[in-house]
Design a protein around this ligand. Structure first.
Ligand code: MSP
Length: 615
């Protein structure tokens, strides 16, 4: 935090809402003074701060407990998006990546809880509502809905959509606030500092540009002076430092860990967690003149989202339903909130910290972060309408290395998806099915395992599948796509080298070899469709259907289906149909037309000159 100065401080003396002794116990080790939530579920303690926080990096008993707990569910989250404006491609990017990771984990057989939602309180949202002429609630309803619509269009299969204006969320925030208060970590103080409304954050003067402009939003920060409640972040300095040292995987990619460690090393300062000037928010328990700071409120959406419909609305219940999260996926601009403030808040309230925070890069336009505040956004709706969800998902996951920034260009978009999805994958399938139809009446003559017996090609496919899995597990989504595409590249090469079309012409044993080759290629198409399904689910479903499988069969696939041997003799393929239509690059067409026009002009000119010569 924050440029400002806390002018005085005093204990606020608010009453506790729930006695800690009724739900907590005291931990040992680093967090010894912290109350911890305990699950009501038999024998299932929250992987508590005690075991999670102070566990040694090596495998110990505590570590084993943590693991068996984690195997219950893979809980991953996107940020909860501000509803100041409808989603743009930058916000869609995190959600597409999260969806791919969730789908991969489901393929592995994990129970996945994929959480997304909208962040609806605070000054920025109230101002956007006013500007749109709607009251805040109507405004939030409209914009929150536009996120849901886009997620449907992008084939995002989330499990939970939390809105921070949900009443269950409000109850969780208040309970959490009271736990932190009871732990002695909230006090009252005057505060003066420079505030960026777009970031919803007090800024340090050192980070600002000329005229106190926020480097992210290029707008001047405003001087604010308020009487607020503060969270005693500084108390957690040493604990956070030690935790990051012994759990370097908590922040990924690793270069972002260095950044977080740098912030902590520079000294953590307490931050204000209430606003006296903002009405649109959750009231501070026992002080309705203040509302809870939007970040303190929104981060808890990750916990409140876990509550099932009709369940008791309390922290214990929410924790029991899957906390701690396995993975928070976020953009790099909100890393400090997730990797510094959030763990300290959780620790203070006696909840476990999440397993990992992954901070990805920005989608940029002309090198600037694409964003609503700068107005340089790319419309995901338009992209989906023009090119389809698969193309959008594939391009951003394949072309932007997850963790780094990436620039969008329409030419690159069209060239990439045409080359990879239409040509390398789509054409290979289409021409193989064409040959099978012509020579084998669209029926497989061999089991794929028999067709590939003794064939080294199968081994190289197996290796690429393993590579793809490794990359998915490490959240290297671009490399996972690359390994899968390499299978298709190898398939194209195999097809060209073997030339089954001429083997069929030779008849006899050659014909049999050709029929085996087609089975081999179709088997790799099945493997590709399984492995790529987290990235391009609907394209992969079309591939499955071309291979003669039903929708239900596709929906039941698991990562085990990437093993060789799924296609059996007698399986009938569907009528060959392109699974991915090539996108016409209008600019390229214009250039081609121009070339043709120029050629014609040149011809006319030449014949005129010829005529002159002849005359
Ligand atoms: N409401 C907060 C998050 C609260 S989480 C408890 C917020 N919302 S946001 O709508 O402004 O941003 C949400 C996410 O979108 C952030 O992770 C941010 O990094 C991401 N992106 C916004 N613009 C982006 C790009 N141009 N590129 C990639 N991601 C970007 O912050």
């Amino acid at each position: 935090m924050a440029a400002g100065r806390a002018l005085f401080s005093s204990q606020n003396g608010l009453a506790a809402v729930a006695p800690l002794s009724s739900i907590g116990y005291r931990a040992r080790g680093l967090a010894s003074s912290l109350p911890l939530l305990r699950r009501r579920c038999p024998s299932a303690f929250v992987s508590s701060s005690a075991c999670c926080w102070s566990r040694p990096h090596s495998e110990g008993a505590g570590e084993r407990v943590m693991k068996s707990e984690k195997e219950e569910a893979f809980v991953l989250t996107t940020p909860l998006y501000y509803v100041n404006a409808p989603p743009h491609m930058g916000s869609a990017y995190t959600t597409i990546a999260a969806d791919a990771i969730a789908r991969f984990q489901r393929l592995l057989g994990k129970r996945v809880v994929f959480i997304t939602g909208t962040d609806e309180h605070g000054e920025k949202i109230a101002a956007a509502a006013e500007a749109s002429g709607r009251n805040p609630r109507e405004h939030c309803d409209t914009i929150s809905q536009s996120y849901k619509i886009l997620w449907r269009e992008l084939h995002i299969a989330y499990d939970k959509f939390i809105r921070t204006t949900d009443s269950k969320h409000e109850a969780i925030v208040k309970e959490f606030y009271s736990r932190v208060l009871n732990n002695g970590d909230i006090y009252r103080a005057d505060y003066e500092g420079l505030y960026c409304v777009n970031c919803e954050e007090y800024k340090d003067e050192k980070e600002l540009l000329e005229n106190n402009c926020c480097p992210m939003h290029l707008k001047p920060c405003v001087l604010r002076k308020e009487d607020n409640y503060f969270f005693a972040l500084s108390k957690y300095q040493k604990t956070l430092e030690d935790y990051l040292t012994s759990n370097p995987d908590f922040v990924k990619p690793s270069f972002r860990l260095n950044e977080v460690q740098g912030w902590i090393k520079n000294g953590l300062r307490d931050f204000s967690i209430s606003r006296s000037s903002v009405e649109w928010g959750i009231p501070v328990p026992n002080d309705d003149k203040q509302t809870i700071y939007v970040w303190f409120d929104a981060l808890l959406g990750y916990v409140s989202a876990l509550l099932e419909e009709g369940e008791q609305t309390n922290l214990e219940q929410a924790v029991c339903s899957g906390w701690p999260a396995s993975l928070h996926l976020i953009g790099k601009d909100i890393l400090r909130f997730h990797a510094v403030y959030w763990p300290a808040m959780l620790l203070s309230a006696g909840l476990s910290v999440p397993n990992m925070v992954f901070g990805h890069g920005f989608l940029t336009k002309d090198g600037m972060k694409m964003g609503k505040s700068l107005g340089n956004t790319l419309e995901p709706k338009d992209l989906v309408q023009r090119f389809g969800a698969d193309a959008v998902r594939y391009f951003f996951l394949r072309e932007v290395e997850f963790g780094n920034d990436g620039d969008y260009s329409e030419d690159r978009f069209i060239n990439t998806v045409n080359a990879h999805l239409a040509n390398t994958i789509g054409n290979l399938l289409n021409r193989t099915l064409g040959l099978l139809k012509k020579n084998c009446q669209s029926m497989l003559a061999f089991d794929s395992s028999i067709a590939a017996e003794g064939n080294l090609f199968k081994d190289s496919v197996d290796q690429l599948v393993e590579k793809a899995k490794y990359h998915y597990e490490n959240l290297s989504l671009s490399s996972a796509c690359e390994s899968i595409l390499d299978i298709a590249n190898a398939g194209n090469l195999y097809m060209d080298e073997r030339a089954p079309w001429s083997l069929f012409k030779q008849g006899g044993a050659s014909s049999e070899m050709a029929a085996k080759d087609l089975v081999i290629i179709l088997e790799i198409m099945r493997i590709i469709a399984t492995a790529l399904s987290p990235i391009t689910p609907s394209l992969c479903s079309r591939i499955y259907s071309q291979l003669g499988f039903s929708k239900e069969q596709f929906e039941a696939v698991t990562w085990d289906d990437t093993k060789w041997g799924g296609l059996k003799a007698g399986q009938i393929m569907a009528e060959p149909k392109p699974v991915f239509a090539r996108i016409e690059n209008i600019k390229e067409v214009d250039v081609k037309n121009e070339v043709v026009r120029n050629k014609n002009k040149d011809k006319k000119k030449a014949s005129r000159q010829q005529g002159l010569v002849e005359a």
